[in-house]
Design a protein around this ligand. Structure first.
Ligand SMILES: NC(=O)C1=CN([C@@H]2O[C@H](COP(=O)(O)OP(=O)(O)OC[C@H]3O[C@@H](n4cnc5c(N)ncnc54)[C@H](OP(=O)(O)O)[C@@H]3O)[C@@H](O)[C@H]2O)C=CC1
Ligand SMILES: O=C(O)C1=N[C@H](C(=O)O)C[C@H](O)C1
Length: 256
């Protein structure tokens, strides 16, 4: 096995940050050398957490190989900028970027290795392949996408839902997306209905439903815990460490 990869974690007190620190503590291929959070917090999983204010300074002091970011779109853009300044590779799990945010990630990938994925579970990678195949095999079927998440999630629809919608567009050509329906709103041919539910502590569920007048096919993924996302993001960090600057996909990590 290669050297231990030195990892920095932003959003360390968030749901995903905590999970990353927990999962990292049980692995011997990564070492968390820096954990930061916007607001001050007590140690997480035995790791001291610094205030994020001067991230470049913290990166310079601790010299991580890769930063793993699960925060919010605005902070993520700022943290990625600190990584480009300091020459640190970055794994981004944050979702909800607007066009400017996505462009900022593209720009950063010209200076450092950058891997952004809206979902770090192997199951979703398999769901994406299954959905592409089903949509290609059933070209005239109506498609509806439903995602369900915990009541603390901010962005809607989820990043994974948007990725699945882009996958469907790649196969079928760009379709009109209808976000929820209300009132007199019959379905138009070819549109894709998109539904975001927020309830309780649901970790993350995505269903793609295909139907014609005679058959329905439902493809569903349910994440049982955030551990699957944390493990995938750390696998990505190990894979990304030492690579050339550029934009990479989680699929490349899974195929390695
Ligand atoms: N790609 C994937 O596989 C997955 C992606 N995600 C995505 O990860 C992100 C985080 O999710 P989750 O952990 O549930 O969120 P939480 O709300 O639990 O945690 C967010 C963390 O980010 C910090 N943060 C948020 N906004 C800012 C800001 N403007 N400036 C500085 N810090 C900020 C918070 O700091 P503070 O404590 O100070 O508020 C907190 O530490 C979301 O975009 C989510 O969609 C989640 C799961 C899997
Ligand atoms: O916020 C979450 O929790 C999740 N966010 C990601 C998304 O927006 O797709 C991935 C996962 O579904 C959990």
């Amino acid at each position: 096995m290669g050297d231990t990869v030195r990892v920095a974690v932003t959003g360390a007190a968030g749901r995903m940050g905590r999970e990353l620190l927990d999962v990292a503590a049980d692995r011997d291929d990564v070492e968390v050398v820096l954990a930061v959070n916007r607001s001050p917090v007590d140690p997480v999983a035995g790791v001291d957490v610094r205030e994020a204010g001067d991230l470049s300074g913290h990166l310079g002091e601790t010299d991580p190989d890769v930063l793993v970011d699960f925060t919010g779109p605005d902070s993520s853009v700022d943290y990625v900028a600190a990584c480009t300044e300091m020459g640190v590779a970055v794994v981004v799990g944050t979702t909800g970027f607007d066009e400017d945010g996505r462009a900022a990630l593209d720009d950063a990938a010209e200076s450092v290795p950058l891997l952004h994925a809206t979902n770090f579970s192997r199951g979703i990678a398999a769901l994406r392949r299954a959905v592409r195949e089903a949509v290609a095999a059933l070209p005239d079927y109506d498609v509806e996408l439903t995602e369900t998440h915990h009541n603390g999630k901010r962005d809607a629809p989820s990043g994974t839902a948007n990725t699945l919608l882009d996958d469907i567009d790649d196969v079928r050509g760009e379709a009109g997306r209808v976000y929820g329906r209300e009132g007199d709103q019959p379905r138009s041919e070819g549109e894709i209905g998109v539904h975001a539910r927020r309830a309780g502590g649901v970790t993350g569920e995505h269903e793609v439903l295909l139907a014609d007048d005679h058959q329905t096919l439902s493809l569903t993924h349910r994440a049982g815990s955030r551990g699957v996302f944390a493990a995938g993001a750390l696998d990505a960090a190990v894979w990304l460490s030492g690579r050339d600057a550029g934009r990479y996909d989680f699929e490349e990590v899974l195929d390695a």
